[in-house]
Ligand binder design. Structure first.
Ligand SMILES: [Zn+2]
Length: 410
């Protein structure tokens, strides 16, 4: 079987559209119940080389799309499919640098922006510095994955300017030009500090207080205090998850961002961000379930119950009460259970069966059963199989969302 697809070139600053004919080999008899690693590798490799034109509207998040493809290949032990030096040089080209040290006091954030488009500056317009916490998190994750020497990263600029994004209540806004402030960006800030191995970019006590104020009466966490508990977590992707970069104030981006954000209202989440950030900052220990939970700063029994209640009768995880199962929540909720040391408390066999219904015959995973694959759900579907300890799939450092070995590669 073969089909023709239109792609937009991925790694260049220009938009070159090409048509590619993809030949899909016939499925094996029982392949629907096998983790199809080879097809997933091919799918991610294709996404690394050429993105389908439907992703064009996500150009502003290109570095995050790259994170999904490259980190996914790493989880599948196929990092040899990428040119590590080329990737590192490409990522490093997105760091925004101050003109001098005085600039670090001007209120701008000097991190990484998400694409060439975001690098266009216009005179003194502050909003034109496109540095964003989510893209900075993705950039550093990719650099860690490819083994880049972090001594070449301007850590001081990132950390000093990032500290100014933290709000009096402990939350973070993702850009200096003003935006939503919530748990997603507290997680990003904690992950950035963790990867740079320097915590001057965050007031951890303030951040902790903010996170604790977001635990709801039912045990889960809302994005902001007194909001509904959410199961999911963090990135952005076509049609689905721009929620980490939904706050650029540029005129060009605003219309599209708001449209996407409207589609996302009611999704996304905070529980993973909350628990992962607390883990990264050292406020909760590994495998909490194996210790007395009475002294924990969060209500562990209630959180455990909330997470376990998210496994639906079809075996998958839902992100919120009364929502249908979705591939990505297998990681977001399953990841929280793993961080709590409660990975044996849910039905892994049923979760596997649900995930197989979302596995595409073209490689990758869709959001729901029988859906076509997208890069975001493919990444978190593969990450979920890592949680399930699928043979040939590398273990993750859950709280950072990358392969454990890469996290140790300082
Ligand atoms: Zn999803």
């Amino acid at each position: 079987m073969s089909c023709s697809l239109v792609f937009t070139q991925f790694s260049s600053s220009s938009s070159v559209t090409v048509t590619v004919t993809v030949t899909v080999p016939p499925l094996m008899e029982s392949s629907s119940f096998l983790f199809d690693r080879e097809r997933h590798v091919r799918y991610l490799e294709m996404m690394y080389s050429y993105l389908p034109s439907d992703y064009e509207r996500e150009d502003i998040n290109r570095i995050t799309l790259a994170y999904f493809a490259i980190s996914g290949l790493h989880i599948l032990d196929a990092l040899d499919r990428v040119d590590k030096e080329q990737v590192a040089n490409w990522v490093m080209s997105f760091q925004v640098h101050p003109k001098d040290t005085d600039d670090l006091e001007n209120g701008e954030f000097y991190g990484f922006c998400g694409s060439r488009t975001a690098q266009i500056r216009d005179g003194t317009d502050l909003s034109r510095n496109g540095s964003h916490l989510a893209n900075t998190y993705c950039a550093l994750s990719i650099l860690k994955i490819v083994g880049y020497n972090f001594s070449s990263v301007s850590s001081e600029s990132i950390l000093i300017s990032m500290r100014k994004l933290q709000q009096p209540d402990g939350s973070y806004m993702p850009i200096h030009a003003g935006a939503e402030k919530d748990l997603r960006f507290v997680f990003c800030a904690a992950a950035i500090c963790s990867m740079l191995d320097n915590w001057k970019g965050i007031d951890r006590e303030k951040a902790k207080k903010y996170i604790l104020s977001c635990q709801s009466y039912d045990g889960g966490f809302g994005l902001v205090p007194c909001s509904e508990s959410h199961g999911s977590g963090n990135f952005l992707v076509p049609y689905q998850l721009n929620w980490l970069v939904d706050a650029y104030s540029w005129k060009i981006q605003r219309a599209e961002i708001l449209t996407i954000h409207a589609r996302l209202s009611g999704s996304g989440g905070a529980t993973y961000c909350a628990v992962a950030a607390l883990r990264l900052m050292g406020f909760i220990e590994e495998n909490l379930m194996s210790r007395s939970t009475l002294s924990s700063i969060i209500n562990v029994p209630l959180l455990l119950e909330w997470c376990l209640q998210r496994q639906a009768p079809d075996g998958g995880f839902q992100g919120r009460t009364n929502k249908i199962s979705d591939t990505c929540y297998a990681f977001w909720v399953g990841g929280v259970l793993r961080m709590l040391g409660a990975q044996n408390f849910f039905n892994k066999g049923c979760l596997r069966e649900f995930l197989f219904t979302c596995q595409s015959k073209y490689g990758g995973f869709g959001k729901f059963p029988e859906n076509l694959p997208d890069l975001y759900h493919s990444y978190y579907g593969i990450s979920a199989f890592s949680l399930l300890e699928e043979p040939g799939v590398k273990p993750l450092l859950i709280e950072l969302g990358i392969v454990d070995i890469a996290a140790a590669n300082r």
